[in-house]
Design a protein around this ligand. Structure first.
Ligand SMILES: Cc1ncc(COP(=O)(O)O)c(C=O)c1O
Length: 379
């Protein structure tokens, strides 16, 4: 159906930071399938693990024990402050599960607070949670029980004390909303109020998770422990898998029959997830992505000196936004002509999401080509 404004590029193959179209033309891919192929395209460790699993078993119901799913859950909980995991197939589904768990836990409270410019998915519950009118328009009546506060605004947090909701749900870098990192002092105050009022902290790490911001989870950089975290995108290197992680006390609100999924965490998806997270946790890829982030940001700042149309650079790790005042769409279209794939995050921000495995040479080539794009547009 006509649900995407597609670019005239037909991608047939990928490896590392590159993809090739059906005519054999190569593109440097700084989108990573929108923060999904964090280990680059077709990473060997995941490829071999999935190929091996393909020979053994593709699917079995969650009515039976699934070894790879249990191992993936253990790996995720061993590397976080969570105790239990529910597996699904996408970010929206992970958030749906989180919204249900919040209501199952806080039986006396129905409201969930989210933030302006957030993005939590396209299902009816998650678009109701999303603080963007453009995502909600045309789909009323929305699910009731959501209220929205301004992001990074300490003053408005006081309203949480008057009538405490069941939970707040937020991103630590608003991705789709314009690559806006949360301020540490705002998080500190939010966490304090939520702790005082028994409000659950739900962090949507669908885009920020799995090393994207320079740590396995972005919350590690903000020095607090969420009650629930949601994941998808980078969890399976492109294989569809999502997850909701929760602390035991909260997770116990779900009983057999509370929630479920036919495909969630099936043997193939869980194998892709297990190979991906094993690599993220045990190899230096996340740590070295921070050096790549520094190089890319330094180079972009130099471009800012040459092109006043670039108004600012922000982000965390390899989730980077360039402020461009209404020019984002045009820059992205022009970049395709220079064999670069990049994204927008709204009309004013160009978003860069290279794989965590991006090399220095890839970055320097990117800067060279991106300069050409800017020269064509602005000189
Ligand atoms: C923060 C966040 N949450 C949820 C979603 C929805 O994920 P999915 O498209 O896998 O349903 C996205 C997708 O961009 C996202 O960035």
């Amino acid at each position: 159906m006509n649900t995407y404004n597609r670019f005239p590029v037909a991608i047939k193959q990928g490896k590392g930071s590159y993809v090739w179209d059906t005519a054999g033309k190569s593109f440097l891919d700084f989108t990573s399938g929108i923060a999904t192929c964090n280990l680059g395209h077709v990473p060997e460790v995941v490829k071999y693990a999935v190929a091996d699993q393909l020979e053994k078993l593709w699917h079995c119901s969650n009515l039976y024990q699934i070894e790879a799913q249990e191992q993936l859950a253990t790996l995720l909980t061993n590397n976080s402050n969570f105790d239990q995991v529910f597996f699904c197939n996408s970010g929206a589904e992970a958030n749906e599960a989180a919204l249900k768990l919040v209501r199952a836990y806080h039986t006396e409270r129905r409201t969930i607070v989210t933030f302006n410019k957030s993005f939590h998915g396209r299902t009816l519950a998650t678009l109701s949670a999303t603080g963007q009118e453009k995502v909600q328009t045309g789909f009323a009546p929305l699910l009731s029980g959501f209220t929205y506060l301004p992001y990074n605004d300490n003053t408005s947090l006081k309203s949480l004390q008057h009538d405490p909701p069941a939970a707040v749900m937020f991103e630590l870098v608003q991705g789709e909303g314009g690559v806006i990192p949360a301020d540490q002092d705002w998080i500190d105050e939010l966490v304090q109020i939520c702790s005082d009022q028994q409000i659950l902290l739900v962090v949507d790490e669908v885009q920020t998770g799995m090393g994207r911001t320079g740590t396995l989870f972005a919350y590690e950089q903000y020095d607090f422990e969420p009650d629930i975290v949601t994941l998808a995108k980078g969890l399976g290197s492109g294989f569809p898998i999502g997850a909701m992680l929760a602390k035991e006390e909260v997770a116990n609100a779900f009983q057999p029959g509370s929630h479920g999924s036919t495909f969630g965490g099936n043997p193939l998806a869980a194998t892709a997830g297990l190979a991906t997270v094993t690599e993220l946790v045990h190899s230096p890829v996340i740590k070295s992505s921070l050096e790549k982030s520094l190089l890319l940001i330094t180079q972009l700042k130099q471009l800012m000196d040459e092109f006043p149309q670039l108004k600012g650079i922000r982000g965390k790790g390899l989730l980077i936004g360039i402020e461009v005042d209404g020019m984002a769409g045009e820059i992205v279209r022009k970049a395709i002509k220079e064999n670069l794939l990049i994204l927008t995050a709204g009309p004013d921000v160009v978003r860069l999401l290279p794989p965590l495995t991006v090399t220095e040479d890839d970055i320097l080539l990117f800067i060279e080509e991106f300069r050409t794009v800017l020269e064509t547009l602005f000189s």
